[in-house]
Design a protein around this ligand. Structure first.
Ligand code: DC
Length: 211
């Protein structure tokens, strides 16, 4: 069983993906981490984040241990990821890894949940279930702002919202694999839902797809 979850940042994809993976006993791949690791590899070389050659080379050289770097959850990593992810060579280099994960999930699991931006459209177009999770930019910025404060980091609400909108535009407007719902995706707006309600709604879609 393959579950594809796409949508913009802070829409609730990550939490939902983890809960669905636990519920169905599936492997989980947060594909944003791959792009974050590539972005941070470029940043650590002090290279230009918009240089396609450097970004592609970093994607080709990516190792599993790079996904464990502690700085991948920072806003700097999110920004770097959003920039390198527009490079076709980066997407190509990461595609095989993602498809391999879905085809041969680790730990003898019988399937996988992948979350990202182009899972239902490009990485796993034949997924059994496709979910496209959204929420308003204001709600997503508010969630992100609270998360940063909870982690003891400084944040300015207006800045978080502006960054969110900038990243949304970059992810949606890029030429290769832009953020967009697959034609057969179930769309779920979590603006007024908590994590339990979003999980219940997703289970409803999955059960209806299997009957
Ligand atoms: O989900 P995230 O915030 O960790 O993703 C960080 C960036 O990576 C996001 O701005 C776009 C990019 N990304 C992508 O282009 N394709 C994916 N499947 C996952 C993430």
């Amino acid at each position: 069983m393959i579950i594809a979850i796409d949508g913009p940042a802070a829409a609730g994809k990550g939490t939902l993906a983890r809960r669905l993976a636990d519920h169905f006993g599936l492997a989980l791949l947060d594909t944003g981490l791959l792009y974050r690791a590539v972005g941070m590899a470029v940043a650590r070389q002090n290279a230009d984040l918009d240089d396609p050659g450097v970004a592609e080379a970093a994607a080709i050289a990516l190792k599993p241990q790079d996904l464990e770097a502690r700085d991948l959850r920072t806003d700097a990593a999110a920004d770097a990821a959003s920039r390198v992810s527009a490079v076709p060579g980066v997407r190509k280099a990461l595609l095989e890894f993602q498809r391999g994960f879905a085809a041969h999930p680790p730990d003898a699991k019988q399937g996988a949940v992948l979350d990202g931006r182009d899972i239902g459209t490009v990485v796993c177009p034949d997924a059994d279930v496709k979910l496209f999770i959204t929420a308003s930019a204001e709600v997503r910025a508010e969630r992100r702002y609270k998360e940063l404060l909870d982690r003891g980091l400084e944040a300015i609400h207006g800045r978080v919202l502006a960054d969110m909108k900038e990243r949304d535009a970059r992810d949606s407007d890029r030429a290769v694999s832009p953020l967009e719902p697959a034609k057969d995706a179930h769309q779920l707006d979590t603006s007024d839902l908590d994590a339990d309600q979003a999980f219940a709604a997703a289970l409803g879609f999955i059960n209806s797809a299997n009957t």
